[in-house]
Design a protein around this ligand. Structure first.
Ligand code: FES
Ligand SMILES: [Fe+2]
Length: 414
């Protein structure tokens, strides 16, 4: 259980909160590339960390992420005209470029230099693997974008989805670090391959390591005489859970990165990014896409009880609900918008969740005392992360680390 004040510290992410300030020091997903598919396309509203923003792609393809409300008198720039390398407000025609410079104030006298004195708040962006990442922190502290393994593979080998979550970001993130739930929530009665392995042993042993990127979470299940089924997941600062995805070792070939970005304190975006190391992604592998509507809302959601089918629950799977995405959403959203963790009863199976909270609490408290947050990349020579990996494999008994030598706690020296 978590005392109320610690729960508040971890779950509140507005501009004036410690966690909100901490999250703003990292690059985090703001929207998908497909939402602004081409130059001069319609702008979109972006909601993150309690801020109201608007994103647009200008005539040259550059992305702007601006405060949604016009610097003149606050009209929403979402309704604006995206034309000739700038976004123009429809109220009095003020026009902004991607950096927030005021290009034009046509309602002012010609000789006015008013526009030079004003700037629309704008945030830097990076477009990587189908996601537009943004940095919402202080300008002089902007870190490099991390060269994760998934940034290095061709676009055909990555896939990404996003969906709306009706709860605080931390509930989703905790689920990513909780290997225990695989044996129940995602159980199907005729499971094969890896799925059968994590259903056989429902009470795995856990080992957790603190690393330079966050936490490595290892769940070890028995897999027959002298064999273990080892699942390695990672919490990567600030909001990513990396998990192995697939039913066979061959299918896994990479991993998925699930990122939970607060919209406000009671809603979040879940971004699922996956990559294959050795081959293009097949469309049918992105099964979760079929669960998400064009507005990025889940088709199965709390209002229709996730279309739970009680016959399916008897005969086919543990939940009676289709797809892992909906399983996860049902259990985390049904806790309520911000779960009061002072009411819970944690067991041994919650070791990884406890470790995540302790780590986040220690990080945010140190940050409040002026310590620079961990895993901010500032040195181009140290921008490589071969030790971030997520694995699911059957290995001979003995300590798991001997089989995965690249899983070091700090990045290997270049
Ligand atoms: S409110 Fe936007 S130009 Fe006047
Ligand atoms: Fe899950």
């Amino acid at each position: 259980m978590l005392p109320k004040e610690q729960n508040e510290l971890l779950t509140r992410t507005g501009l004036d909160t410690p966690m909100g300030q901490l999250l703003r020091r990292y690059w985090i997903p703001a929207l998908l590339s497909e939402e602004i598919p081409e130059p001069d396309c319609p702008p979109v509203q972006v909601r993150m960390l309690g801020e109201e923003l608007v994103a647009f792609r200008d005539s040259k393809g550059c992305i702007g992420l601006l405060d949604e409300h016009c610097a003149h008198r606050g009209t929403s720039l979402y309704y604006g005209r995206n034309e000739e390398c700038g976004l123009r407000c429809i109220y009095h025609g003020w026009k902004y470029d991607v950096e927030g410079n005021v290009l034009d104030t046509p309602a002012e006298p010609l000789e006015s230099d008013f526009k030079k004195k004003i700037r629309q708040p704008a945030y830097p962006t990076r477009e990587v693997a189908g996601i537009v990442f943004a940095y919402l922190g202080p300008e002089d502290r902007m870190p490099l974008f991390p060269n994760y393994e998934w940034t290095q593979v061709p676009p055909s080998q990555t896939y990404v989805t996003k969906c709306f979550q009706e709860c605080n970001y931390l509930q989703g993130l905790e689920g990513e670090c909780d290997s225990s739930h695989l044996s129940f929530l995602h159980r199907t009665f005729k499971a094969q391959g890896h799925r059968a392995l994590y259903m056989q042993d429902t009470a795995p042993a856990y080992e957790i390591e603190e690393t330079d990127f966050g936490l490595r979470l290892v769940a070890i299940r028995g897999a027959g005489p002298d064999k273990n089924y080892v699942r390695v997941s990672s919490f990567v600062l600030p909001v990513a859970g990396c998990v192995p995805a697939g039913a066979t070792t061959r299918e896994i070939d990479g991993f998925e990165i699930h990122m939970y970005v607060p919209i406000d304190d009671t809603h979040s975006w879940r971004y699922d990014l996956g990559f294959k190391r050795s081959r293009p992604v097949r469309e049918e592998e992105v099964h979760r896409r079929r669960q998400i509507g064009p507005d990025y809302r889940k088709i199965r959601n709390s209002r229709n009880h996730y279309l739970q089918d009680r016959e399916m629950q008897k005969a086919a799977n543990f939940t009676g609900i289709e797809d892992y995405l909906n399983h996860d959403s049902c259990v985390t959203e049904s806790m309520g918008p911000i779960y009061d963790r002072s009411k819970e009863h944690l067991g041994v199976s919650d070791k990884a969740v406890i470790a995540l909270r302790k780590y986040l609490l220690a990080t945010v408290k140190a940050f409040q005392e002026g310590v620079e947050p961990p895993h901010l990349v500032t040195d181009p020579a140290k921008n490589s992360f071969p030790h971030i990996d997520s694995i699911a494999e059957v290995v001979p008994s003995g300590h798991w680390s001997q089989y995965f030598k690249h899983l070091t706690k700090t990045a290997p020296l270049a």
